[in-house]
Each structure stands twice: as C-alpha cells, then as structure tokens.
Write a protein that binds this ligand. Structure first.
Ligand code: ZN
Length: 252
C-alpha cells in the first residue's frame, strides 16, 4: 500500500451509496484514477467533487484494487467563472471528456495535466469566445499524444506553407497535417482547407492562451475547424466514435 498526494481534476463522479461517491480523477502524478470518497455526500464533509475544479487529493493506492480510497481532498481552484457560464461549462465538460476518452488508467501524463490546468484557468478568466479554448486544448492534446503537426509547414516535405497560395493547401488526417500542392496528395487522402481555417490554426499554434479571446472566426471557419479536430482525433484515437460534449459545444 502506498500513500499518494497529488493535484487532480475530477472528470466525472457517480453516486456509490447513500453517503459516498466514486470520482474519476485525472491526477498529475498517476494519470487517471478512480477514488472512493466516503461520506462525500454528507453536508459536513462536502468538498466539491464536480468536474472543472483543481484539487489536491491524498489517497491510499493498492495495486490489486480498481478503486482506491480517498483520504483527503483540498479545493485549490473552483473555477467559479466557468460554472456561471453555459458556454464555458460546455467547453470544460468537453475538455474533461476528451481526457477521459484519450488516456488510460494509471498512465501518468504530467504534460497533459498541466495543459488541462492552464487551459481551464484561462477559460475561467476569458471574457469571450470559449470555443477557442476547446480548440487550443485539442491542438495541445494532439501534440501531447504524439500526433502533433505544425500549421506553418507541409507535413510531407517540410516547406513553409506561406510560399503557396492559401487556396491550394489541403489537410490530411492520414498524413497528419497540412499538405502543400507540390506534394500532390489526391483528394481521397487530403481535403481542401479553407484559408480562414488555416489562419485560425496558425493563430492557435503561435499565440499564448491570454490572447485567445481575440480570435473571432466566421461561422464557416468555426465549422471547418470543429470538423477538422473531430476528424483528426477520431482518425488517430481508437474507439473514439462519439463525444457527449460535441452537441453541447456545437450550440455555443
Ligand atoms: Zn509538401
């Protein structure tokens, strides 16, 4: 038996008994873990176990158990301005769902944890355009999972894409990035990419989180970027067929 103390974000929580809950956390030290929170539903022990909060937890880890025992939980940041806002809540739910669906139990990924904390922090402070934070997170997630691409260059030959007419560029899930016209990949393996969507990708790639609220894409570019990330994730992640958050985020 080992005592683990780590920062953690609840991804989802379910009732276990009259007074207890099982909470799925994404932890900095151990990745995804399920913890039994005894008495969590009693008013005097009430620590928010809902999603979208940053906590520090202590639990007893036994390798033979699927569910570990939570012994202490301290709330570090409740991200209250996410809870107050439907659009921000939808995005935070989408981020938690992506982490739940793209990571394995007991497989630590501290980079992904830090990306999640910084994105939720910036989303909490954001004045507008919550969807930009969802895209930013997806671009970072793709990178952390090892499928990252650079929207400044062709994924095959590496030439800078600014040397080409924007209308001539394509995006390929199979090759994992942007394709220049010289590389001549046919339309069955690469789809044309709207120039405005290209600019949005470059903005997400090169700008800091604090500047994301400035990005105000048209409806057409928004749909193109949503479709691009969803198609890309589905292509590269086994078993990812549906996300509950997708419908919610499409209504922002
Ligand atoms: Zn090329």
């Amino acid at each position: 038996m080992e005592i683990i103390k780590t920062d953690a974000i609840p991804l989802r929580s379910m009732k276990y008994s009259e007074s207890s809950r099982i909470v799925r956390f994404f932890t900095e030290e151990r990745g995804k873990v399920s913890l039994l929170a005894k008495g969590a539903r009693k008013a005097k022990n009430r620590v928010p176990m809902d999603t979208f909060s940053l906590m520090n937890v202590v639990y007893r880890h036994k390798p033979s158990r699927d569910i570990q025992l939570l012994t202490q939980a301290e709330l570090l940041n409740a991200f209250l301005r996410i809870r107050d806002n439907m659009g921000k809540s939808a995005v935070a739910f989408g981020i938690c769902e992506l982490v739940e669906r793209t990571t394995e139990v007991d497989d630590p990924n501290p980079k992904l944890f830090r990306l999640m904390v910084s994105t939720l922090g910036a989303l909490n402070r954001a004045a507008s355009n919550p969807r930009n934070y969802y895209w930013y997170f997806q671009l970072g997630l793709i990178k952390v999972l090892g499928f990252g691409f650079n929207p400044e260059s062709c994924v095959i030959c590496g030439k800078g894409i600014r040397d080409f007419k924007p209308i001539s560029l394509k995006f390929s899930f199979q090759y994992g990035g942007i394709i220049c016209p010289d590389c001549g990949v046919d339309e069955s393996k690469a789809a044309p990419l709207k120039p405005e969507a290209m600019k949005v990708l470059q903005f997400l790639y090169s700008h800091k989180l604090e500047k994301l609220a400035r990005l105000k894409p048209s409806k057409a570019a928004t749909q193109a970027i949503d479709a691009l990330f969803w198609g890309f994730l589905r292509y590269h992640i086994d078993g990812l067929k549906i996300l509950k958050s997708k419908e919610l985020i499409s209504r922002i």
